[in-house]
Design a protein around this ligand. Sequence first.
Ligand SMILES: N[C@@H](CCC(=O)N[C@@H](CS)C(=O)NCC(=O)O)C(=O)O
Length: 214
Amino acid sequence: MRLYDYPGAPNPRRVRIFMAEKGVEIETIRVDLAVKEQFSPAYRAINARCLVPTLVLDDGTAIDESVAICRYLEEVFPEPPLMGVDARDKALVEMWQRRMELDGLAAAAEALRNSAKGLQGRALVGPHGYEQIPALVARGKARLVDFYADLDARLAESAYVAGDRFTIADITAFVTIEFATSRMKLGFAPALRAIARWRAMVEARPSMRIQSAI
Ligand SMILES: N[C@@H](CCC(=O)N[C@@H](CS)C(=O)NCC(=O)O)C(=O)O
């Protein structure tokens, strides 16, 4: 297997953390987003959507979408389970992971991609070239504030995002917070004590310190 990756990007980071939690090592190939290598003919031949991460299996099958990659790894390397253990639990983990992605990561991306000068004409990832809409910056930021409030309420009643065990939902939430804080200075307010409690616990996991090998 080969993983196409870029060190500074949040979505590949989700997959790297997931792999580290499972103790899985995969050959990693850098796609340099800083020089728009994702649009090169060579990478388009691997993934016509021009985004990372992409996992290429030994039979040549290419899988993109971070959660689809994690799903594959969960099936091949089931221990420890990070996507639920029975029907009810799997549904709840998926629900919380989707909430973290749609309410959190997508909100942060909306604010960043509609404001960053380097992303002009690329407000959405992919090959189609959408223009920025400046009004979406304020909306993305407002959505992020709501995301933090909702997450704090959830973590006031639950040890981890999806229940009493660390899962992929925690990975998405953690990476979202790191991304919003480092790239946009949009961290959560100190008054959100439940997030602070959870963040300290998650940050202490060795997988969170794993950097890309490339
Ligand atoms: N929904 C996709 C999103 C992937 C994505 O947004 N990748 C970003 C890096 S975090 C990318 O490839 N950006 C390329 C670009 O900005 O042109 C996933 O979950 O993997």
